[in-house]
Design a protein around this ligand. Structure first.
Ligand code: PEP
Ligand code: MN
Length: 338
């Protein structure tokens, strides 16, 4: 349920309503808008309590949130959330490029890649240090040594850093090195991990589970938000379908759909989503045209030598071509409605 305060409501009236919400054992989520404040009422059958609040001063209306996800819902918060990733806003006017290798392999390749993508306009460096590989015999990542290299690359280039965390007990460690925690597709329904990244207070890049519906994905976001962490960035990365000529099917329907359903920013990972480097540029452009507010792309100095996901990694020339394509798209659509 949400309580919409009237335009004239004084801050003290908003606080009095929030206090009454707490008194009846529910949780208020106050969102102060430019125009008016709204209070999300979270817990049990909140709508059954609506009469308790009806007479309090400053309230304009009480609305039931019909969706199963509440804090993630546009019904609760009509305006877009902008997530601040170490000073880089995701969800604002600019499309944010996150780029880097699938895995941090060694110092040289990481710094070489970081310097290149920074020079081309990327704002955030990606790179896995803890890798959830399909096979236990594949490269599992450098662990904390990889995180140290990411921190060094951040120091040198000014890029912010995103990296995956695969287990709740590593959240504190990974959060101490990165600007944004990544929850991978294989862990989207690892609820203990979602709660732990929620408690960390760090922004979270939440990949869509490869076999999850949009509703399940938004409910996973709800786990993080319900820990008091508002910094959730949703990432569409492709789903399993009967189609096997690409690694996954990049579901771009979800981008405008999620933007309708939720106020959270949505970004797209066309590297995992296609599994083929040659499809990454066209699908990146399509993602932005569909309303994606950022992209996360795998880039490797020598994709043929990559220890993971070489087939879907862009080399430097192709990355620069992608950045030029995005620039042209931005110019072509400037000032036009999305
Ligand atoms: C990755 O970003 O390299 C990755 C493993 O992503 P996903 O969880 O989407 O497969
Ligand atoms: Mn990868």
């Amino acid at each position: 349920m949400i309580i919409v305060m009237s335009r004239q409501a004084a801050p003290a009236q908003v606080e009095a309503v929030a206090a009454r919400v707490r008194e009846v054992g529910l949780r208020p989520e106050v969102s102060v808008g430019e125009d008016r404040s709204v209070i999300g009422v979270i817990g049990g059958n909140a709508y059954a309590y609506r009469e308790v609040f009806a007479h309090l001063p400053g309230i304009q209306e009480i609305v039931q949130i019909t969706k199963p996800f509440k804090l993630a819902s546009r019904e609760l918060q009509p305006r877009d959330t902008v997530v601040d990733v170490g000073g880089v806003p995701i969800g604002g006017d600019r499309v944010v490029m996150m780029a880097g290798p699938c895995s941090v392999e060694n110092r040289e390749m990481l710094l070489e890649t970081a310097r290149y993508v920074a020079g081309q306009g990327a704002r955030i460096l990606r790179g896995g240090a803890f890798k959830p590989r399909t096979s236990p015999y594949s490269f599992q990542g450098l662990g904390e040594a990889g995180l140290r290299l990411l921190a060094e690359a951040r120091e040198e280039t000014g890029l912010r850093v995103v990296s995956e965390v695969v287990t709740p007990s590593d959240v504190e460690l990974v959060a101490s090195y990165v600007d944004m925690l990544q929850v991978g597709t294989r862990n989207m329904q690892n609820y203990a991990l979602l709660q732990e990244v929620g408690r960390s207070g760090r922004p979270v890049l939440l990949k869509r589970g490869m076999s999850s519906t949009v509703e399940e994905w938004l409910l996973a976001a709800e786990y993080i938000l319900s820990q008091g962490n508002r910094g959730v960035v949703l990432c569409e990365r492709g789903i399993r379908t009967f189609e096997n000529s690409t690694r996954f099917t990049l579901d771009l329907n979800s981008v405008p759909l999620v933007r309708e359903l939720s106020h959270l920013p949505v970004v797209v990972d066309p590297s995992q989503g296609t599994g083929r480097w040659s499809l990454v540029r066209p699908m990146s452009l399509a993602a932005v045209a569909a309303g994606a507010q950022g992209l996360i792309v795998e880039v490797h100095p020598r994709p043929a030598e990559a220890l993971s996901d070489g087939a879907q990694s862009l080399d430097f020339d192709e990355f620069s071509r992608l950045m030029r394509g995005l620039q042209r798209l931005e110019e072509a659509t400037a000032g036009q409605p999305a």
